[in-house]
Design a protein around this ligand. Sequence first.
Ligand SMILES: NC(=O)c1ccc[n+]([C@@H]2O[C@H](COP(=O)([O-])OP(=O)(O)OC[C@H]3O[C@@H](n4cnc5c(N)ncnc54)[C@H](OP(=O)(O)O)[C@@H]3O)[C@@H](O)[C@H]2O)c1
Length: 327
Amino acid sequence: MHKVIRCHKYGEPNVLQIDELESRVPGPEEIRVRLHACSVNFPDILSCAGTYQDKPAFPFSPGRESAGEIIECGNSVKNFVLGDRVMLWCGSEYDGYAEEITLPASRAFPVPPGMDYVQAAGFMLVYGTAWHGLMDCGNLVSGETVVVHGASGGVGLAAVQLAKAMGAIVIASAGSDEKLKIVSSQGADHLINYNTEDTRQRMKDLTEGKGANIVFDTVGGKVFNASLSAIAKEGRILIVGFTSGEHSKAPTNIILVKWASLISVRFGQFSRIYPERTRKNHDNLITLYEAGQLNPYVGKTYKLVDAVDALDALKSRQITGKVILVI
Ligand SMILES: NC(=O)c1ccc[n+]([C@@H]2O[C@H](COP(=O)([O-])OP(=O)(O)OC[C@H]3O[C@@H](n4cnc5c(N)ncnc54)[C@H](OP(=O)(O)O)[C@@H]3O)[C@@H](O)[C@H]2O)c1
């Protein structure tokens, strides 16, 4: 038997329950993994609330990624052996907050030497979203200016590190000076506190009036509106998320006059439709990690059974970087 944290009805994170489940023997193409760490992401809160795009059938585990060691392999699994350390993309289909999981081997990726399970559990979603956003959607070119809104969050901090690694000048925004200090230590060139400063004016001043080439926006609302005024010609605003809870309306006349693009970033959907492209992006990210250019920043860990506390902390903006459940 093993513990799985699952949602049986929609609501605040405290609707989550600890269930005891039997192990499932892997099918020919599957692996069974003893998990050591599970990642907590903002979309997990939305899944609990029933407001995320994907709505799996009850009961479901809101986690999307984890890491552990393989303890059983199906007969047809060729690329892994018992004991291999793997990071797993559970998506919304498999139990992300659990002590153990059985899933297709195609959802497993080797953990590189030197990376521990805590970092590995939280690697794929944040860096995968950052790469898909900045590179596939944003076509980032070295030397361009990238503004990352919500830079203190898991995805935001990954985008700061990746943009920097790809040669961008990085302007990072967040909601407190304390968080911005950490963001600065992760490579941001310039900082904006969107709670105390005029974001639009700061973006203009920091780009000497030219505006930003790319905006990676995880927050929405007033910072999105500021970005519309402070985007460069041929600039790209990447719509990644709405942690502010506000969905802005974009005036098409401003988009036209500014010669700008609004681009949707949907990493989960992309990884489902294009698994090979996702794997290639992941390989590029691991190469950057191994070269020391990416350094997963874990702000806090919780025990698996304290998943509700972890989600509450994320929701109330107490964390900088990643939150991970350890087993
Ligand atoms: N499009 C995609 O493919 C994709 C993939 C993954 C995640 N996402 C989205 O990206 C966003 C960030 O996800 P994450 O896991 O990185 O989240 P996270 O770690 O919780 O970070 C979110 C950040 O948003 C800021 N924020 C601003 N207003 C907030 C509010 N009212 N409540 C909570 N946070 C607020 C917080 O920073 P301050 O306290 O400094 O303001 C916080 O650090 C979410 O909207 C998520 O759904 C999108």
